[in-house]
Design a protein around this ligand. Structure first.
Ligand code: PMP
Length: 278
């Protein structure tokens, strides 16, 4: 399997990353994960636009135009013959002697590779725990700095949960690598896309799918208590799609099973995915 390093397709063994790459030393970069279904990228334009926005917000200029980038990652996908899996892509500020201030001239470094799934990611109902959202205040940027996220996820994993759900004070923000939705009286609620969450591509897709199903949507924040008292809870991401959450901090949500609204959103999202594969 080949990887993409800047403009070149190389074997992983041939590729090298400098020890003074700012991505390595500071987490100074941005990334995207794009699903591949039936050898096609899903929502590629939305991911590349978000990448460009994330890079812009931290003052990195993309080393390629979006269309050049697309050409290169299409070539990567083709040469790796990926059927079902994902593309990981990251851009760092580049290589420069270690110094917090941005270097005057550093060429951004792009790395991308693909992963073929040996089995489809699990969408079976999961259990989650609440955790204090100790992350910075620019969670809208898809930054390589994921310590707050990985520590929360590890805590959840060690305790036997499938996901950690962040809250700031009483307000639920998002999951460690997912967006969080609740359904109460057939109304779908999710945190507004501001600086406190990542505006998930799957999240956006779900909101448009919900509208097409005549499910009322409110991009409004909700509390931990409202989540625990919801009829249904689910999480979403590129890799997990829609995953029901049937228990949080040991308390069952609704009747403790996947809910109807979640199931219909899941089914409609599937239809969108299979339509996009053609
Ligand atoms: N929030 C966070 C913190 C994430 O890491 C992710 C996954 N990258 C998401 C939400 C979901 O975003 P997407 O649907 O674009 O994968």
């Amino acid at each position: 399997k080949l990887i993409l390093l800047n403009g070149e397709l190389l074997s992983r063994e041939q590729a090298s990353i400098d020890i003074e790459d700012r991505g390595y030393q500071f987490g100074d970069g941005v990334y995207e994960v794009v699903r591949i279904y039936n050898s096609h990228f899903f929502e590629l334009d939305a991911h590349l636009e978000r990448l460009e926005r994330s890079a812009h917000e931290i003052k990195i200029k993309l080393p390629f135009t979006i269309s050049e980038l697309k050409q290169r990652i299409e070539k990567l996908k083709k040469s790796n013959n990926v059927h079902s899996g994902h593309l990981y892509l990251q851009i760092t500020r580049g290589v420069s002697p270690r110094n917090h201030a941005f270097p005057e001239k550093a060429e951004p470094v792009l790395v991308a590779y693909t992963k073929e799934y040996s089995k489809e990611p699990s969408r079976i109902p999961g259990r989650a725990m609440f955790t204090d959202d100790i992350r910075w205040l620019r969670c809208d940027i898809k930054s390589l700095n994921l310590l707050g996220n990985v520590m929360a996820k590890d805590d959840a994993t060690v305790k036997g949960y499938d996901e950690a759900i962040f809250h700031r004070g009483e307000i639920v923000t998002e999951g460690s690598s997912t967006n969080v939705f609740i359904i109460k009286n057939r109304i779908l609620y999710t945190h507004p896309a501001n600086h406190l969450i990542l505006d998930g591509i799957t999240r956006r897709k779900i909101l448009s799918v919900a509208a097409s199903l005549d499910i009322q949507v409110k991009e409004e924040s909700f509390t931990k208590q409202q989540l625990l008292e919801a009829d249904e809870v689910f999480i979403s991401s590129t890799t997990q799609e829609v995953r029901p959450i049937i228990e949080v901090d040991g308390q069952p949500i609704g009747n403790g099973k996947e809910g109807d609204v979640t199931a219909s959103l899941q089914a409609e999202l599937e239809r969108h995915i299979s339509r996009s594969e053609k």
